[in-house]
Design a protein around this ligand. Structure first.
Ligand SMILES: [Fe+2]
Length: 201
């Protein structure tokens, strides 16, 4: 039996079942053992590809091309999310597709139209900007924004973004701290945040 298998069995005995890919460092912490030091490559978070997360049931293809997915008259706290699409060497990827979809401020998806859905392409410096609202709580989930990101002629990354301090993060089975938006702050009544996607290309 491998050490990993022993660790998993021990966790199951403790009632701490974790997903198989939760990471050995996490297991070591839970068991009170010293965590292995990360290699220099792993310590440089900018170079780690953004994790893929489940698409969920509500993606609609062929969304409108637009940077604002905020419908006229929509309620909610305005959110401007901006950032870049990079490769694992940290180089910006121009003309990358970034396709967002999310629930409105009340946690409801528009599955008959394209409210709170839209795609855009990064500029020559790999930048995108999204104008929207902070999504509401969809039953059973923490607050999140869905996104597909694709460098030209490369595979699609499907993932989700999360918000620091959201009450549902701890209990959400999909939540991944590597997908937390950064620089989460308020300015003039508007929420601002950044996120750089790193594609394994
Ligand atoms: Fe969702």
């Amino acid at each position: 039996m491998s050490n990993d298998e022993i660790t998993r069995r021990r966790l199951l005995q403790l009632g701490l079942a974790l997903p198989p890919l939760a990471g050995l460092a996490g297991y070591a912490d839970l068991l009170g053992a010293p965590a292995l030091a990360a290699t220099p490559a792993i310590m440089d978070a900018d170079d780690d590809p953004t994790p893929a997360l489940t698409e969920g049931p509500y993606f609609t293809p062929e969304s409108p091309k637009r940077r604002s997915i905020l419908p006229a008259g929509a309620g909610g706290t305005r959110l401007t999310l901006s950032g870049r699409v990079l490769n694992t060497a940290g180089r910006p990827i121009a003309n990358a597709l970034v396709d967002f979809w999310q629930a409105n401020a009340r946690g409801v998806y528009d599955n008959s139209g394209y409210r709170f859905r839209g795609h855009q392409f990064t500029d020559s410096r790999g930048r995108y900007t999204l104008f929207t609202v902070v999504p509401g709580l969809y039953p059973g989930r923490t607050k999140h924004i869905h996104v597909k990101v694709q460098a030209p002629r490369q595979p699609v990354l499907t993932t989700q973004l999360f918000f620091p301090g959201a009450s549902g993060n701890a209990s959400d089975g999909i939540f991944d701290p590597d997908c937390l938006v950064q620089r989460w702050r308020v300015s003039n009544g508007r929420r601002l945040a950044t996120f750089d996607f790193v594609l394994d290309v």
